[in-house]
Design a protein. Structure first.
Length: 343
């Protein structure tokens, strides 16, 4: 049977509902998996109406009630939005809460083996916090509710796959988190992930922290004391790794195929090159022509794949959001679910 994929609604004031409707309007989606949405059925109906689509919303209270039919969107209805006060593109506490319970519901369904994988639409961190849910983002929510201590964020799009030593922390704190053991841990995670994607002997490039990977100690000490010892130990254990590689050249090399995966030392070091490659904005049309790339949380007992872009409040409700990343996320989640079932 095709895997069941739970797709979270995301912040309803953002583009999440729109890109979900676009993705679930395509036959190719239903050819590979059985999707359902966790969220508010009224919001999903609103998104369908905004798109001028003839898709039908099917409210369900259990996975067993889902139809999984092209032309119908199954919504695990949480009835969490007051449509009388709802406004697209506006920061609202109720939307932060709705996004949160959409995620926790998907996690619960996956933990109970009701669904085979989860895909998350974007949430807004400020709305999340304003609603009283003090998590830094999706990754931390998943780690908390799956009781996972060792996890990491992987960005993936064709040849460029990036994992991070740290993510949602201040830059000063990120530098302190560049430690040998953590570098080894995330390298093991991306190595295993690449093998799940069908790469037999992944070659992993490990970034330096400082400019020019410190240039022999001229610009910092982290390479000598933490990163190089991690690389040496990984090599001794048989991993195909290279580093520390100057961060200003690592990602260009990876995109050209030199590396199957990259280890970034902090959030923006990995995210900026990834989004430069995957995001394409057309200034003449005012539209995001492409927003590719996915975010996979590794180390969890369940599968979580997400679009790697934000809520885009500025274009919410206008029908111009690109579903590319959502489609890619569903594809990755499906492949990982099939791989996991085959073991």
């Amino acid at each position: 049977m095709k895997p069941i994929i739970a797709i979270t609604m995301g912040d309803p004031a953002g583009i999440g509902p729109e890109i979900i409707v676009k993705a679930l309007s395509l036959e190719e989606t239903y050819e590979k998996c059985r999707p359902l949405v966790t969220g508010d059925a009224n919001i999903m109906q609103w998104a369908v109406d905004q798109m001028g689509s003839d898709l039908k919303i099917h409210r369900i209270a259990s996975v067993k009630e889902a139809l999984f039919e092209l032309g119908t969107i199954d919504v695990y209805d949480l009835a969490c939005i007051d449509m009388d006060t709802f406004q697209p593109g506006v920061l609202q506490n109720q939307c932060g809460h709705a996004a949160f319970i959409s995620v926790t519901t998907a996690i619960q369904l996956a933990m109970e083996n009701e669904v085979d994988a989860t895909v998350t639409a974007p949430l807004n961190k400020e709305a999340l916090h304003n609603a009283g849910h003090n998590f830094d983002g999706h990754t931390e929510i998943y780690a908390h509710y799956t009781h996972t201590k060792k996890y990491a964020m992987l960005l993936a799009d064709e040849h460029l796959r990036v994992i991070h030593v740290s993510t949602h922390v201040p830059l000063r704190v990120a530098c302190d988190r560049v430690k040998k053991d953590r570098i080894i841990e995330v390298t093991e995670l991306i190595h295993d992930a690449c093998k799940q994607f069908g790469i037999e002997n992944p070659r992993i490039g490990i970034a330096g922290l400082n400019p020019h990977a410190s240039d022999g100690g001229l610009f910092g000490w982290e390479e000598e004391k933490e990163i190089t010892p991690a690389v040496e130990e990984l090599l001794q254990r048989g991993f195909n790794v290279d580093g520390p590689v100057p961060p200003d050249s690592l990602f260009a090399k990876a995109r050209c195929g030199k590396y199957d995966g990259c280890v970034a030392m902090y959030h923006d070091q990995g995210h900026i090159p990834f989004k430069v490659v995957g995001f394409q904005w057309d200034k003449e049309t005012g539209k995001m022509e492409a927003a590719k790339g996915v975010n996979i949380t590794l180390g969890l007992p369940i599968i979580r794949v997400s679009v790697d872009h934000g809520t885009a409040f500025d274009v919410a409700g206008k029908g111009i959001a690109s579903p590319d990343a959502m489609l890619l996320s569903i594809d990755y989640a499906t492949k990982m679910a099939i791989n996991r079932k085959g073991k």
